[in-house]
Design a protein around this ligand. Structure first.
Ligand code: APR
Length: 228
């Protein structure tokens, strides 16, 4: 059985990574949508750099939780039959041991040079405008997909969805497209669909089955079911 798992901020919530739309969802009084745009970067690059620099620095203080670990255990068991498509820019899937992860919204630990377009692994701050290791020009931006930009890996994701027998969504509010539409794409190609989320999402009605609860409990229990 081929399985495609879509993850969102909710899978990392129990690790201590804040979600976008729960609670107040604000950062220093800014709506997240107001710092995660090309326009914000053009007008206030220092604010945008600080926002992502803080998040990148915070990564070292968080650990994968049982939901990430369970998905890594599933990959150990079924290998290439599992692909994770994540909207998250943290590295918790990889640190739990998953290797087949498509980061459709980019990664905190990566920087993108606006001059030479190189993508380089980056774990330090960007606010101090360091030179690009590839071309030397100080034009590095966070390698994340902002509102209005095209997500990464879309053709590959379409293939994963088309081949999936089961599509599972974990910890995402269904507020942001195209990820919110993946359930319909997977269904169109004939997959069964399952949602695991703390609360009812914007797209819960589109799933064959929807289970409510914490990812740290629901995901290990579901993986146990799959592995029988
Ligand atoms: N277990 C399971 N689900 C949880 C948990 C938990 N412990 N905690 C919160 N959730 C659920 C919430 O109920 C909510 O539906 O996770 C979802 C988080 O939703 P969002 O904060 O909107 O995050 P996400 O869906 O990943 O956002 C999509 O929006 O700003 C952009 O690029 C950003 O990738 C992000 C995208």
């Amino acid at each position: 059985m081929r399985i495609a798992v879509l993850t969102g901020a909710g899978i990392s919530a129990e690790s201590g990574v804040p979600t976008f739309r729960d609670a107040d969802g604000l950062w220093e009084g800014h709506r997240v949508e107001d710092v995660a745009t090309p326009e914000a970067y053009a007008t206030q690059p220092d604010v945008v750099h600080r926002f992502y620099d803080e998040r990148r620095a915070a990564l070292v203080n968080v650990e994968p939780n049982p939901a990430h670990v369970a998905l890594a255990r599933l990959e150990d068991a079924i290998g290439e039959d599992l692909t994770i498509v994540t909207q998250n820019i943290d590295d918790l899937h990889e640190r739990a041991g998953s290797t087949r992860v498509l980061h459709m919204h980019g990664e905190l630990n990566s920087a993108l040079c606006r001059f030479c377009e190189a993508r380089v692994r980056w774990t330090g701050p960007l606010a101090d405008l360091p030179p690009c290791p590839n071309c030397g020009v100080p034009e590095l931006r966070p390698d994340v997909v902002w509102f209005g930009e095209v997500p990464y890996h879309l053709p590959e994701i379409e293939v994963v969805l088309a081949k999936a027998d089961l599509f599972v969504s974990v910890g995402t509010s269904g507020a942001v497209y195209p990820a919110a539409g993946f359930v319909q794409v997977a269904r169109m190609y004939g997959a069964r669909t399952l949602e695991l989320n703390l609360l009812t999402s914007d797209v819960s009605d589109l799933f064959l089955e929807s289970r409510l609860g914490r990812a740290g409990e629901l995901v290990p229990a579901w993986v146990d079911e799959v592995l029988g």
